[in-house]
Design a protein around this ligand. Structure first.
Ligand SMILES: Cc1cc2nc3c(=O)[nH]c(=O)nc-3n(C[C@H](O)[C@H](O)[C@H](O)COP(=O)(O)OP(=O)(O)OC[C@H]3O[C@@H](n4cnc5c(N)ncnc54)[C@H](O)[C@@H]3O)c2cc1C
Length: 234
């Protein structure tokens, strides 16, 4: 991928943090705010970024910096809870006062705001990135949001941009909607994150069936059914 995307590197740092706030935003969706002096120079230049969240020295998982504040020394991560997983189990029991550690982001892919149109799509794991991007986009941006899962139905989507929002219960309905989507005229950017098999089908639909240019899209597997800590850009 190249096009108009700007790739920047950040100094890789590990930061020791403390949990200061936990909010249950939906039945299976928890927002955790961390605090630490080490966050004074934390940088996340893109909604597409991730930090490594250390559950132990051996177990680390990728999460989106949902929001951060260098002055307050705070970082918020939103965890989609699922049946079995160490990060999910950690988030389910998270409480103020607990210690945590993160690494990164190692770099950022900065996706310009001035595309004629934007599509943001994905499952519960994509919601932190999508909700962050919606808050960042300017009011003239034309955005189509397609999301799946019960969390998507429960969460608000705040934006100054012109947003059309479609929520689906299941990823197969989301896939069908992406298949039926008429990509608007003009230069646009297509962003998707979700389960690996679904992401592969989205890739085929968007690049092969619709002929959308690869350098104006980011389609990622944020997890894979039956695998731990899977990350893949398609
Ligand atoms: C760049 C990037 C950013 C991400 N940002 C976020 C974020 O902000 N918030 C967020 O919640 N997740 C995010 N994810 C996804 C998250 O890293 C994975 O869901 C991760 O696998 C969770 O770790 P775990 O220890 O709970 O489960 P794992 O040990 O990795 O997996 C255990 C089992 O659970 C399954 N599983 C994993 N994730 C899910 C899921 N979401 N739903 C159902 N089953 C699952 C696996 O298939 C496996 O069978 C992101 C991933 C990437 C690559």
């Amino acid at each position: 991928m190249s096009g108009r995307i700007q790739r920047v590197r950040h100094e890789l740092k590990r930061r020791a943090l403390q949990v200061v706030k936990v909010d249950q935003l939906a039945p299976n969706y928890v927002s955790v705010t961390f605090k630490g002096e080490t966050l004074h120079d934390f940088v996340s230049a893109s909604y597409d970024d991730h930090v490594k969240f250390f559950i132990s020295e051996e177990v680390r998982r990728d999460f989106t910096p949902r929001s951060y504040d260098n002055v307050a020394g705070e970082l918020t991560i939103e965890f989609a809870l699922h049946a079995t997983g160490e990060a999910s189990d950690w988030a389910r029991q998270a409480a103020p006062g607990q210690s945590a550690e993160i690494g990164g982001p190692r770099g950022s892919m900065i996706i310009p705001m001035d595309y004629t149109w934007h599509v943001l799509a994905g499952d519960a794991t994509a919601l932190p990135a999508i909700r962050r991007r919606l808050e960042e986009l300017p009011k003239e941006a034309q955005v189509q949001v397609l999301v799946s899962g019960e969390e998507a139905a429960a969460l608000p989507f705040h934006s100054e941009a012109q947003v059309s929002l479609q929520r689906y219960a299941e990823s197969k309905e989301l896939l069908a909607a992406i298949g039926a989507l008429q990509l608007p005229e003009g230069e646009g950017f297509f962003w998707f994150a979700g389960e690996a098999t679904v992401a592969a089908q989205v890739r085929d639909t968007v690049f092969t069936d619709k002929g959308h240019p690869r350098d104006a899209a980011r389609i990622s597997a944020y997890w894979k059914q039956g695998a731990s800590g899977h990350h893949e850009d398609l």
